[in-house]
Write a protein that binds this ligand. Structure first.
Ligand SMILES: Nc1ncnc2c1ncn2[C@@H]1O[C@H](COP(=O)(O)OP(=O)(O)OP(=O)(O)O)[C@@H](O)[C@H]1O
Ligand SMILES: [Mg+2]
Length: 243
């Protein structure tokens, strides 16, 4: 039987300002299973980033239920959600969100330094080196992010997302700041990670990249209007990575 990583039912999100209420999500029912690669598409403003923020516990739903690995997480305190987020979720954003003052090594190590159960420097080093090798960036460990190309920075962000062995990776427009060659390389890497068992949920505007997912969700006005399964998703182009 397929094992679910997360389940949402009836999730809504309302943003209230003095002038208006925005119903960003209007009742989302969604289950993501271990090993899934889910893509989320839809027009600007339809609620994709809001959904990803709630999936990753960066924001709380206004109503509805949300469980991660069977645990109800829709009503946690900030401290509880920060703990579960650090243990179970890896994020990859369009704008990389690396810290320019830290080396590549320290950027990737950062999530491990905020663990509830402290890790030794030796354990951290092993984990960081393994993830840098996975994204072919071992040779840049002591660089600063602003000394790297966009594609290389996104690969460091992937290493940082993976280092804590999360239950799922949440990815928002990972190729939005990249040219097509680096975008294709990042997508090939994400698809490879999924082939090795990583559960992925990715927002993208690019239909070519949405086609690489095993399940495609279409969002409109805060609702899932369509969900298609793909048993034979399109494969990433095999291209050499820029060193
Ligand atoms: N913090 C906020 N306060 C008020 N309204 C918000 C907030 N965040 C998002 N919204 C509104 O909620 C709706 C959904 O926004 P969201 O960012 O999820 O869209 P999106 O699908 O990710 O769009 P895009 O493709 O442009 O990134 C929009 O109407 C947006 O203006
Ligand atoms: Mg968005």
């Amino acid at each position: 039987m397929k094992e679910s990583v997360l389940t949402m039912s009836g999730v809504t999100k309302v943003f209230s300002t003095e002038e208006m209420e925005t119903h960003a999500l209007r009742g989302i029912d969604l289950t993501i299973y271990r090993g899934d690669f889910v893509s989320i598409c839809g027009p600007s403003g339809c609620g994709k980033s809001t959904l990803l923020s709630i999936l990753g516990l960066l924001d709380m739903p206004s109503s509805g239920q949300y469980q991660i690995e069977g645990e109800e997480v829709s009503q946690l305190t900030l401290a509880q959600s920060a703990y579960i987020r650090n243990e179970k979720v890896g994020f990859i954003f369009q704008s990389f969100n690396l810290i320019d003052e830290l080396t590549v090594y320290d950027n990737v190590a950062l999530p491990l330094r905020y663990r509830k159960e402290p890790m030794s420097e030796k354990q951290i080093k092993q984990a960081v080196e393994a993830c840098l090798a996975k994204v072919d960036m071992s040779h840049r460990a002591s660089h600063k992010p602003n000394q790297l190309s966009g594609g290389q920075q996104q690969r460091i962000a992937i290493a940082r997302a993976l280092v804590g062995k999360p239950s799922m990776l949440l990815v928002d427009e990972p190729t939005g700041n990249l040219d097509s060659i680096n975008g294709d390389a990042v997508m090939a890497m994400l698809q490879q990670l999924n082939a090795e068992g990583t559960t992925l949920c990715m927002v993208t505007h690019d239909p070519r990249y949405a086609d690489m997912a095993t399940r495609q969700l279409h969002l409109l006005d805060g609702k899932i209007i369509d969900s298609e399964e793909h048993s034979d998703p399109k494969h990433a182009f095999e291209i050499p990575l820029a060193q």
